[in-house]
Ligand binder design. Sequence first.
Ligand code: AMP
Ligand code: MG
Length: 489
Amino acid sequence: MTLGWRHPFDALGTEFYSSVNPTALSNVHWVAKNHALARAWGWPDDAFDDHLLNVLSGNAVAKGSQPCASVYSGHQFGVWAGQLGDGRALSLGVIDTPLGAQEIQLKGAGKTPYSRMGDGRAVLRSSIREFLCSEAMHGLRIPTTRALALVGSPDRVLREDIETAAVVTRVAPSFLRFGHLQHFAANGEIKALKSLVDFLIDTQFPHLNQVEDGPSRYTALLADITRLTAVMLAKWQAVGFCHGVMNTDNMSLLGLTIDYGPFQFLDGFDPAHICNHSDHQGRYAYARQPQIAYWNLFCLGQALLPLIEDQDKALQALETYQSLYPALADREFAVKLGLTLAGADDHVLIESLLKVLATEKTDFTIFWRRLSHAVAHLQSLGPTKAFEPVKDLFIDGTAWLAWLPRYLHRLEGTDTEQAGLLMLATNPKYVLRNHLGEEAIAQAKIGNFALVDDLLQVLSSPFDEHPRFEHLAGFAPDWASSISISCSS
Ligand code: AMP
Ligand code: MG
């Protein structure tokens, strides 16, 4: 299979990237292949052959591909950190697919000129998490970078322990981050900043070329990215997704979820939950994510200011977030409740329900799924019987039983069978809980990749039942709360 590779930054000068070939790994093997994505691209069933294995492990460079790494900076945990990357993601190029032009990156294929003290590698453990979660988020219809394949090698990589190397093949229309623009703005390289932003507009936001050239167009870009980020955040919150490291270099300019590290899907609903054990202050706790995104957008606005020229205009574009995010989040949660037409009191209804869930840290995913079934069966079973499995989730059901009549009142006049179907297509049965990732990692470390495959299958269609995989939809076991996930990857 030959692919028509294009350079990802051919319109830009070499201040944006460095050409660098991947560094080979020994005895590489497939850990996972994303056949569904390959099929969506029209690739043949035997596409994952030895040649592709060599290309996607960095052991060979495909004909026409010119690997390169791009430079970016960013704020880490609220502090300016200067140049950060990309120290271990190499772009192989852009290919045309039926899903549009896609950039293909190898994460962990060796050092780049931006690696700083790093080894340019990624370990199997974190690569399995990134591979599975990219596809889980896609299955949940949340904007994300995707993963085409995962390869492993016995080559040793030193982290807290000695681990083995892996390479994830990531895919996105573009991997440009807030940090890419921050890099040139912080260095006062305004001409380069403008070239990069114009390139971003031409390739990813071409509709903005209809806006008058100059500050108005750059303001419109900031407004677009603000909107895309708000959409992404509302969807994260609605599925209980914690990113864990929302540094500005981990924020996509396309509003894609990017850089899966210490992420977690909430088990019990705890708004203050911190999933990253390196995040001692809880800066990136679940409930703080929407405001952190806004903070990050301000950094982006700051970087774009030399092009927007007018601080008030930049602020206006950014401030749309403050009304847009709450409206989008309410919408997401209303649909989770089966409510298609917005009601005046829905926000209060949602907030009070989230308080009920927080009281006992009720399992977030199972609650919504049981609620969906209850609504679907409300007509046939009546409220007491239909909601019994939901009530069973609470030790002290008082707060729940106080909330339920308000919900039933709100559902009056609704076709609850239809609403239940909508809810079952909105509230997933399967999410990548930490303990599932840990089990898949433990098995993969001894050469068994079956659970990675099973998880890929169910997480790709998380709203379906998958009777064979009922065991992947249960509560987190007790040991899950002792899993410690840090930035180490
Ligand atoms: P992160 O906090 O994981 O997003 O890391 C910040 C940046 O550090 C990344 O964008 C990478 O460019 C770089 N980095 C992380 N780990 C490594 C590594 N093992 N080798 C080289 N660079 C790395
Ligand atoms: Mg990163």
